[in-house]
Design a protein around this ligand. Sequence first.
Ligand code: PLP
Length: 364
Amino acid sequence: MILMNDFKADPEDLKLAQIRAAERVIRSGWYILGNELKAFEERWAARCGTPHCLGVGNGMDAIEIGLRASGIGPGDEVITTPMTAFASVLAVIRAGATPILADIDPATGLLDPESVRRCLTPRTKGVLLVHLYGQVRNMDAWKTLCAEAGIGLFEDCAQAHLAAWKGRPAGSHGAWGAYSFYPTKNLGTLGDGGALVTTDPELAAIASRLRNYGQSKRYYHSDLGLNSRLDEIHAAILSARLEWLDGYTARRRQVADAYRLGIRNAKVTLLAAPVEPGNHVYHLFPVLCDRREDLMAHLKARDVESLIHYPVPVHMQEPCRAIGRAPGGLPRAERHAQVCLSLPCHPQLSDEDVARVVEAVNAF
Ligand SMILES: *Cc1c(COP(=O)(O)O)cnc(C)c1O
């Protein structure tokens, strides 16, 4: 089976580097908020082009902490997309704010600026942009829209490690960027992990308190925070895996390029290509197909796994029926959810695997 993710196929060198990292932490006797975290935060901040990085428990907490550090809470509206991981919207709710869902651009699956404009109200405090599938797009337009509306620009970068717009990495364009290091992400640890990156030193200081029970100095609490810290063992593992990330990202782009060149089937539509190669890190490679379930079964019969990202847009999830949305509804997100299907796209795929996926799609 050609799998959606294949961690067992990681190179032996990388496995050994992670074992050494874990051993270093075990022998150090220091497990939370120590030197491994500091070292990883410095490395990741450098890669994100931001002076500050705070390691936190997971990607969802990174979004909540970012919003709260931006002073967003009850009564405030944050516009975001229904075509995302549930965590994006749940984090807005956890921060006490009100999510408002705008529709997507069907060519990319990303939030549509025109729909976002129609969602603006006097209570709007920001846009949570999700770099879905690994693609950063139209950042100049987003910056202009948010500046004109006088609202914050926040980036959910959970799928977009090392993606950049005009050379500027994801997470460095607005008030902050939230990363997830869940195992399947482009940079992932052996459990849960996340980070908040920002250029704003004050925001970084607030976030640093919020992740640690709102503690300003030992046993003094200035805020009602969370327990959400990136453990030393995860920081050490992430520092090791970071050494492989450039190579892994290049391989994801090769796989995607091969799919773009090779897939020729009138029943299967590809999403729009990035403006520049550097915009996209191909966390996922979805195609669109009206007979999606048939295509999925056809691929499975040819030993190719596929997954749907995402089958249910957030506003159609049971506890989210009452969430506010763009005037006229979210028809494009609903259609996307019915026709999208992600093909295997990860660095451990061989050229032969890629050719087999292309052949299987073309034979549908
Ligand atoms: C994975 C993901 C998250 C949540 O990250 P966790 O680390 O699982 O909390 C948020 N947003 C997007 C777009 C994601 O893909």
